[in-house]
Design a binder for this molecule. Structure first.
Ligand SMILES: Cc1cc2nc3c(=O)[nH]c(=O)nc-3n(C[C@H](O)[C@H](O)[C@H](O)COP(=O)(O)O)c2cc1C
Length: 174
């Protein structure tokens, strides 16, 4: 085992080396980091008892940095039966992280506003709804209907399903 294996300190060393290397070439406060602490059983990721302590260690240590933001994802699937995982990521990490916290995964406007109002995150990121609604903030502002996304075109090449969804202005222009 080398210096990158074994202890939590060793296994997180590479992440901090990457951040430190990026800091050499651009301002620290322009670097964002995205983590998904309760990712389990998908994308080949298998969590274990050390997973959350590892992320806790990372997030605590990130307080020594002045990042643009830390972006955390709520669990992508139901982890309530997995005793060693966190089911509510923002609730768990908001008190721990002192910098700007972005949260995502499965949010709609109402849930996003709720998290902001409750102080659980500084910002909410939207993925799938943004794909099918290129003017998503405008639609939120207007309380307009959202266009549904088509999962069949998520991972296919070409513009179809990525850049061909119309904005409200384009819809209204016919
Ligand atoms: C077509 C597509 C491509 C994605 N590509 C990436 C990626 O390259 N890296 C990543 O971290 N997440 C990727 N994601 C995950 C999203 O960033 C996001 O975490 C996920 O869709 C849940 O948020 P949402 O419910 O707001 O969509 C992708 C999602 C979709 C639908």
């Amino acid at each position: 085992m080398d210096e990158y294996g074994g202890s939590i300190e060793n296994r997180t060393k590479f992440l901090f080396e990457v951040i430190d290397a990026i800091k050499e070439v651009m301002p620290e406060n322009r670097i964002g980091l995205r983590l998904n602490p309760s990712l389990n059983g998908i994308f080949g990721m298998e969590a274990d008892e050390e997973t959350i302590p590892t992320f806790d260690y990372i997030v605590e240590k990130l307080n020594q940095y002045d990042l643009a933001y830390l972006h955390l994802s709520e669990p992508f699937n139901d982890v309530s039966k997995v005793p060693y995982l966190v089911t509510e990521i923002a609730k768990h990490y908001r008190p721990m992280y002192k910098g700007t916290l972005v949260i995502n995964a499965g949010f709609d406007q109402e849930k996003g506003n709720k998290f902001i109002l409750e102080g659980l995150a500084d910002a909410v990121a939207y993925g799938k709804p943004f794909i099918s609604n290129p003017d998503l903030p405008k639609r939120f502002e207007l309380g307009a209907d959202l266009a549904p996304f088509d999962q069949d075109t998520f991972y296919t090449p070409g513009e179809k399903g990525f850049t061909d969804y119309p904005s409200l202005a384009e819809v209204n222009a016919g």
